[in-house]
Write a new protein. Sequence first.
Length: 410
Amino acid sequence: MSLFELVRVAFDALRVNMLRSFLTMLGIVIGVGAVIAMVTVGAGAHAEVDRQIQSLGSNLLSIRSGSRWFGGARTAAGSTQSLTVEDARALKAEIPEILAAAPTNRGSAQVVVGNLNWSTTIYGIDADYLVARNWVLSQGREFEPSEYRNGAKVALLGSTVVNELFGAGNVVGQQIRVKNVPFTVVGALKGKGQSVGPWDQDDTIMVPFKTAQGRLLGKSKHRSDSVRDIYVSVRDPRAMDFVQEEIAEVLRQRHRIGPNQQDTFSIRNMTEMVEARAEANQIFNMLLAAVASVSLVVGGIGIMNIMLVSVTERTREIGLRMAVGAKERDIMLQFLVEAVTLCLLGGLIGIVVALTVTVGVAEIAGWPVLVEWPIIFIAVAFSAAIGIFFGFYPARKAAAKDPIEALRSE
């Protein structure tokens, strides 16, 4: 009997009990669908993590001013501004591996354009900030050295602010008011999307550091050049740990912190934070994949059970086939092809279900859809392997029947 004829007979046998065939395939559908969905969603999540790392900046370290004590209680990091602009300059000068060190202050304010207004985050930056945070302009230009030096009333707008206040038009040269201070927009920033946290990093306005200190955010009560954060970009990602140790050493010397004293700053590796969350997601995906694999095995056992029932129900048919010349090999192949066909159909339905779920999850989460085609091919091949493994015993049992005893059965 040819392979084509075996497949045709298999489909005829499956059509006789459509509902039973579908319920038998359900374990394979769930298992294959879950495995493919987890791998595909995981790939999309990994791509999103890579995008977030790129959006944070190139090999970024974040240095935040330390906490302070009030009545025995310790306040949050950044509550006291122990870092200064000179700290940032010293780090860049003393550590050759640092590409950019950007002192930064930030606060919130209402921005007014005509009869429109929008509450956003104001950043006071210097020339290194755009380099450290990997910001790219979509319109206009960066601040000029004289504008940084003189505290000019110029601004760069994030894409969210542009959309809310100006729509899709050109914003270069437009006038805005921040805390009743007029600013000229000299450029717009290309959108990055949401960062590691829930905030929108495109919802921002950047002004020269000196302008922010003198006109918008107010001077620190400690020093006029105090800053809340310093963002450091490292030239080589392999040197991140070394640079982090060097930064701590330089700052401890500059701040005269003794060996047994608490640091007045904290250093965070932003890339590690994102990657740690990615690793947690990966472990969760592996757990779900393990559960899905169990579902595949359960589905295979269900197929073996149904095939054994089918052999019992079709004993007379087996006897007739043997009586007209079918060999044991033909009978065995017939039932083996039926089991493989059942698994392959379940695998194909599982693929369709998985891709549908993946597209839905990606749409909700805002992740890209990355279909891992090798995994799909492996899933189909694994489905066929399950059919062969769990269908072999029923097929062997059918082929071993005595033709005379089979014809006598009712």
